[in-house]
Design a protein around this ligand. Structure first.
Ligand code: SAM
Ligand code: SF4
Ligand code: SF4
Length: 371
């Protein structure tokens, strides 16, 4: 195994403090960044902890019993999260995804969902509220999540072969329990359900076809995600990435596919349907096909750091504003200033950027800002 070099800087300590602009910026729902991209999608991480140790996200060697997770006092309360989310919605956000870590580990999450479900877009519409989960607690929580106002869930599942899956989650968690969670979510009406499968060449790529066959005829949309170079700890290598084009080819050879149009601007997945009408799949090609040009996503960490890109190494600390007695207008102004300055497009630039190790930067972990 090649040796991993892990920089010792903790990126949570090097964020910039968000500033309140001197001239107020009234939210109009039409905020654009420096490249003209609107703000439509807010991903909120509700915990940096997880009960899985997927090697591509929270490798056991790093996220061990000595790892310094955020202390409880650092976490934004549900009221603080809802207050921030309200300002994002005023700037044009229409969709909120709760994530983590494992979001279902956050106690009483239903209360947060209820609060977020009461928000309305600038057009007076309810938000599209969804959640990404590893499915381990879904069977127990699906009905309560639905009752609180959650509309949909995305469940991560990297294969149907129990041995492979137990090895990938690295805590020996069985496939059957995740499948039961998906069924419970379907029964609770949390659909259309999406299932995310991260594909690692040589690890679980032989699971592509069994997964496709399993979820046809179920109304579940299976999405294949290219293994990404997020964070600084997963030992990512390009030769372990299986390009989405190959995923589509492999399925198409056995189960003919036709390409479908994009569901909404800024959608990350390219959609394909089975030619016989038996379902839909998606591919998310963050490595081989950049989709930064219409990226409308902001990410809020569990402790109130705003990140403008999944591959960012610095966030913008909103906590001093949230906790410092600022008004909602001032908070909205600070968010506007940050988004207006955004020019991130990491995936488009990936090939031309120097390696992090040579620049001393360290990308934030996905378990910290969510997917
Ligand atoms: N714990 C939840 C879960 O696994 O669904 C939510 C958080 S997880 C960080 C969100 C998504 O990111 C999951 O679908 C996961 O598979 C994906 N993910 C994590 N690390 C990844 C990587 N290196 N490349 C591609 N996707 C990754
Ligand atoms: Fe946990 Fe999700 Fe990361 Fe796996 S991908 S370690 S389930 S946060
Ligand atoms: Fe958006 Fe950053 Fe991903 Fe590009 S690399 S699509 S800017 S999150």
């Amino acid at each position: 195994m090649s040796e991993r070099v892990i920089p010792l800087i903790d990126q949570r300590l090097i964020n910039t403090v968000a500033r309140i602009p001197t001239t107020p910026v009234a939210p109009t729902g039409l905020l654009g960044d420096a490249l003209g991209r609107p703000l439509r999608d807010l991903r909120i991480s509700v915990t940096d902890r997880c009960n899985f140790r997927c090697s591509y996200c929270m490798p056991k060697e790093i996220f061990d019993k000595d790892y310094a997770y955020l202390p409880h006092s650092s976490l934004l309360s549900f009221e603080e999260i809802t207050r921030v989310a309200r300002q994002f919605v005023a700037h044009g956000v229409q969709k909120i995804r709760l994530t983590g870590g494992e979001p279902l580990l956050r106690k009483n999450l239903e209360i947060l969902i209820e609060q977020l479900a009461a928000l309305r877009t600038t057009e007076g519409q309810p938000l599209d509220i969804t959640l990404t989960t590893n499915g381990s607690l879904l069977k127990r929580k699906a009905a309560a999540l639905k009752a609180a106002g959650l509309q949909r869930v995305t469940v991560s599942l990297d294969g149907l072969d129990d041995t492979i899956f137990r090895a990938m989650n690295d805590v020996d968690f069985p496939v059957a329990d995740v499948l039961e969670g998906i069924e419970a979510a379907q029964a609770a009406g949390l659909g259309p359900i999406k299932v995310n499968m991260v594909v690692k060449r040589g690890t679980n790529d032989h699971e592509i076809l069994p997964m496709a066959a399993h979820f046809r005829h179920t109304k579940v949309v299976l999405r294949f995600i290219e293994y990404m170079d997020v964070g600084a700890t997963n030992g990512w290598r390009m030769d372990e990435v299986l390009p989405s084009a190959e995923v589509v080819q492999r399925i198409h050879r056995e189960l003919p596919l036709v390409q479908l149009g994009a569901a909404a601007p800024g959608e990350t997945a390219e959609r394909w349907g089975y030619a016989d009408g038996s379902g839909e799949i998606g591919v998310i090609s963050s490595v081989t096909q950049a989709f930064c040009s219409d990226c409308n996503r902001a990410r809020l960490s569990t402790e109130g750091q705003l990140y403008l890109c999944l591959f960012a190494s610095q966030g913008h600390d909103l906590r001093p504003i949230i906790r410092g007695g600022a008004t909602d207008e001032q908070l909205a102004g600070a968010i506007a200033g940050i988004w207006q300055g955004r020019s991130d497009r990491y995936s488009e630039l990936r090939a031309s950027l120097p390696p992090d190790a040579s620049t001393g930067t360290r990308r934030v972990e996905m378990s910290y800002i969510g997917g």
